[in-house]
Design a protein. Structure first.
Length: 259
């Protein structure tokens, strides 16, 4: 297993990987190295058939307070075009297995963009979400304007982006940004529990289910329905589909193999 500086990795439950951002003195600010390590850990998890779900967290106090400002300040309009972080964000976006974000404290700027790359956000009651980039004379650059609008709608997204307004966890839940709000001390535990639940399902079905939901944002309804139907039909050729039906009929727990 790789050794990292900016993240910690653990397997708290069978088939579940936990990635914890580990720059507490910098409030987990996302420098290039941090994103590189996250991308590397996700690539390794993608290739490991024993890992079926990933939880990403900043720990009990803060998720990530944004990008590393000192690093951004070193760029100009030319150098930013070759920013290696673009490739790291693409790796996170392309991760095919369930990715769950456990968010406590500040989840701002690049931190909020990272959380929105997850499939599910579990928020602690004291979590704060925001895209305050305009305070620095820039705008979100890792999907913040796009994913946030899909998640919470135009008006609230405009408030968060144009006024740099933060929203609390109950607002994030009501708006659809977060899936659950729990006590801060239970945030990571709940995310791991949910990851364990998804990891117990048929891996191929989970992958295609995730991809199908994502397509709802990328396709019109008719195209999305066609993709869903093809994915649904494809799963009828898998051993897991046979195992799932047999286990249901025999009133036993299915043993999925990802085949």
């Amino acid at each position: 297993m790789a050794t990292y500086e900016d993240i910690l990795i653990d397997t708290p439950k069978p088939h579940v990987l936990l990635i914890t951002l580990n720059r507490p003195k910098m409030r987990n600010a996302l420098r290039t190295q941090t994103l590189d390590e996250i991308a590397d850990a996700l690539n390794a998890a993608e290739a490991d058939d024993n890992l079926r779900a990933v939880v990403l967290t900043g720990g009990p106090d803060v998720f990530a307070a944004g990008a590393d400002i000192n690093e951004l300040a070193a760029h100009d309009a030319v150098s930013i075009q070759a920013d290696p972080r673009v490739g790291h964000w693409k790796t996170v976006r392309a991760f095919a297995k369930p990715l769950i974000a456990a968010v406590n404290g500040y989840c701002l700027g690049g931190g909020n963009e990272l959380a929105m790359h997850a499939d599910i956000i579990i928020a602690g009651e004291a979590a704060q979400f925001g895209q305050p980039e305009v305070n620095l004379g820039v705008i979100p650059g890792a999907g913040g304007t796009q994913r946030l609008t899909h998640a919470v709608g135009k008006s609230l997204a405009m408030k968060m982006v144009l006024a740099a307004a933060f929203i609390d966890a109950p607002t994030a839940l009501a708006a659809g940004l977060a899936a659950e709000v729990v006590p801060p001390e239970n945030t990571i535990e709940r995310a791991v529990e949910l990851a364990e639940t998804t990891a117990a399902k048929a891996p191929l079905a989970i992958r295609l289910a995730k991809e199908s939901v994502i397509k709802a944002y990328e396709m019109n309804l008719e195209s999305g329905l066609q993709f869903e139907r093809k994915a649904f039909s494809l799963l009828f050729a898998t051993d897991d589909r046979t195992e799932g039906i047999n286990a249901f009929k025999e009133k036993r727990k299915p043993q999925y193999k990802g085949r």
